[in-house]
Ligand binder design. Structure first.
Ligand code: RRO
Length: 310
């Protein structure tokens, strides 16, 4: 047990940090760099049944306040990531696999194969990809989300997590959480994916900054931290039987600390990892350690969910 030790689904992690799926995790070279980094664990790019090139470039753009992307689910196809997971040394660090089928049938096919491989890899089912033209986000359609979780719970029948989009209304927090609570195999909830379908405009060129979808894309970074914290805390309060992974707006140890206070057990890093590279994990761990020591906390467990209200 060290100061930064973390735990999810009864698995021990050296620290709470990992990448947000989609960032630095598309191929073996990137995944190996995460494995070699100071991250406590890491996750593969959301995968589909067959490889995808994704949307036309430019499809990612950073500003001083964060990023916008419309990658369009570029990935090597699920067998590539399953092969990576087969060869991973789980004693070194835990590995998550993100799954984002384009249909319920695709998700069931991929999850059947992952289950058959019987690996320690932890599945995060992405219900919130905002960037595939013509495909609405599952988690914004509660009937579709329920149908997906019913079928996946039957087919996979092992503990898994869900990657959720941000919600912006208390009624939606209530309804989404009530649905998740009906599914005991859903053992963790990752909040949040990027805030979908935002628009960044360059006033100099009078233009959008990414090519797909007339410039519309998901935003991350500083733009989204308060929305991410609200979603982490909303699901932490409503899903007492599940663990929460925080994601959104993390570029300092203090941001990690805020996610822990809101209720996160682990914390993912997206835009800031894209900009700074895997060395960011050593910096964030050092900043978080210094903050915990300054405040007299002996573990991250003693911080989790300790957010005070007025
Ligand atoms: O690949 C993407 O465009 C993408 C995905 Br699947 C996602 O879940 N979230 C995001 O911001 N981009």
């Amino acid at each position: 047990m060290s100061l930064l030790s973390a735990s999810l689904l009864g698995i021990d992690f050296a620290n709470p940090l990992l990448n947000a799926s989609g960032v630095w995790c598309r191929d073996k070279a990137e995944l190996d760099a995460l494995n070699a980094s100071a991250a406590g664990s890491f996750i593969t790019k959301s995968c589909t049944l067959v490889p995808r090139a994704g949307n036309p470039e430019p499809r990612y753009y950073a500003t001083p306040l964060g990023s916008i992307n419309s990658m369009g689910l570029p990935n090597e196809g699920y067998p590539y990531y399953l092969d990576y997971a087969r060869h991973h040394d789980y004693r070194a660090k835990p590995l998550f696999m993100s799954v984002a089928g384009l249909s319920l049938a695709d998700n069931l096919a991929m999850l059947a194969a992952i289950r058959a491989a019987d690996l320690p890899a932890i599945v995060e089912l992405n219900l919130s990809c905002p960037n595939v033209p013509g495909k609405p986000q599952i988690a914004y359609d509660f009937a579709a989300m329920t149908e997906m979780l019913e079928a996946v719970s039957l087919e996979y029948a092992r503990p898994f997590g869900v990657k959720m989009p941000p919600y912006f209304d208390i009624a939606h927090f209530d309804e989404a959480a009530a649905i998740l609570n009906r599914f005991p195999h859903v053992t963790f909830v990752t909040c949040i994916n990027s805030i979908g379908n935002a628009l960044i405009i360059d006033p100099e060129t009078e233009s959008v900054v990414i090519k797909p979808k007339e410039g519309f894309g998901g935003i991350g970074g500083d733009y989204v931290l308060p929305t991410a914290l609200a979603n982490v805390n909303a699901f932490y309060r409503r899903c007492p039987g599940k663990q929460i992974i925080g994601c959104g707006g993390v570029s300092t140890g203090e941001h990690v600390f805020m996610h822990l206070l809101a209720g996160a057990s682990l914390v993912q890093v997206g835009s800031a990892l894209y900009e700074e590279g895997p060395a960011i994990f050593a910096r964030l761990n050092a900043e978080l350690s210094a903050l915990l020591e300054r405040k007299g906390y002996a573990s991250i467990e003693s911080v989790r969910g300790k957010l005070r209200t007025l």
